[in-house]
Design a protein around this ligand. Structure first.
Ligand code: ASP
Length: 315
């Protein structure tokens, strides 16, 4: 049994591990752990308290994958629901689809009985206002200027000032291995702060930010989602695992695929990897990033440094 995640998953891992210890499934562990992060108003990158899009609306992406059936569910661009990970799971289990976006995803969430809430906390609103001011913008502004703004604000160094420097807290990743050998992977995020409305990132894209196969392993990403989309990073990690490389080598190879991608909006790229034997690894383009994990013996959440894989195009 094992559960690993991005460092901001710390609040949820003990809940996920409790599920695994009771003989519960990797999928249940992943969902429960991520729900705790989604409800944490102090985390400005996921669910309640997440930083909004350019128009000031919190817009969420999430995905979940069952490594044994390789079924997946994802939602993108969803407003007003605190637990996108649970909506994604219902998509996977109840619809003949894998991915819903926007109004359709919200309609489905209401049909499933999920409650609508206001996700924009006062603190996140203040950060948004500050972000706009730093970009020299006063809201409300005309739609015509959105295109110009999205690039300008993305280059503001302080655009996600809620992040602890050097941490990978841009999204939550959780990967779990249950006692029956099933792997599951989940990802949830409010995405790129001040993003263009309707922008969907890697967290909702199976193969980019999330991939899981109980035979070979699981991987999930945080950071610059556009890069993970361009390189299908999570799937690439699992393909390397499938070819016989271990978690360290597989993650390193997938991350090095990105290292020469030019990207004026680059922030960081990070991934976590879990193999079917419980071995794990994590990577970051940041030098001081960490990840967290627990196994069946752990009393507390363990935190370890990630392997640093430099982004050469930015050097
Ligand atoms: N990967 C997320 C996205 O691109 C954001 C992040 O992790 O910083 O939406």
């Amino acid at each position: 049994m094992k559960i690993i995640g991005s460092s901001n998953a710390r609040v949820g891992l003990p809940l996920g591990m409790a599920v695994l210890r009771k003989g519960g499934s990797a999928l249940d562990a992943v969902e429960l752990a991520i729900r705790a992060v989604e409800s944490n108003p102090l985390d400005h990158t996921v669910g309640l308290g997440g930083l909004p899009n350019l128009l000031g609306t919190v817009e969420l992406d999430a995905s979940i994958m069952d490594g044994t059936t390789r079924a997946a569910g994802a939602i993108g661009g969803v407003h007003r629901f605190e637990h996108p990970i649970s909506i994604a799971r219902r998509v996977m289990q109840e619809l003949p689809h894998a991915f819903l976006v926007g109004e359709g995803a919200e309609r489905f969430a209401r049909e499933c009985g999920f409650e609508e809430v206001d996700l924009l906390t006062e603190e996140a609103l203040e950060m948004y206002a500050r972000g706009l001011r730093q970009g020299g913008v006063e809201a409300p502004f005309a739609d015509a200027v959105l295109r110009a703004l999205v690039g300008r604000l993305a280059t503001q160094p302080d655009r996600v000032s809620g992040k602890e420097a050097g941490k990978d807290a841009g999204t939550v990743n959780v990967l779990a291995l249950d006692q029956h050998g099933n792997l599951a992977a989940g990802v949830s995020t409010s995405g790129f702060a001040w993003k263009y409305p309707g922008r969907v990132g890697d967290s909702a894209v199976i193969g980019a930010g999330n991939y899981c196969d109980s035979r070979y392993g699981a991987a999930a990403c945080t950071g610059r989602g556009e890069m993970a989309i361009r390189a299908s990073t999570a799937h690439t990690v699992v393909t390397h695992l499938r070819s016989g490389a271990g978690p360290q080598e597989s993650g390193r190879r997938a991350m090095s695929d990105l290292s020469d991608f030019a990207d004026p909006y680059f922030s960081s790229m990070n991934c976590v990897v879990l193999a079917p034997d419980g071995n794990h690894a994590a990577f970051s383009t940041l030098e001081t990033a960490t990840y967290v994990y627990m196994d069946s013996q752990s009393k507390d959440v363990q935190e370890e440094p990630r392997t640093h894989v430099p982004w050469l195009a930015g050097a």
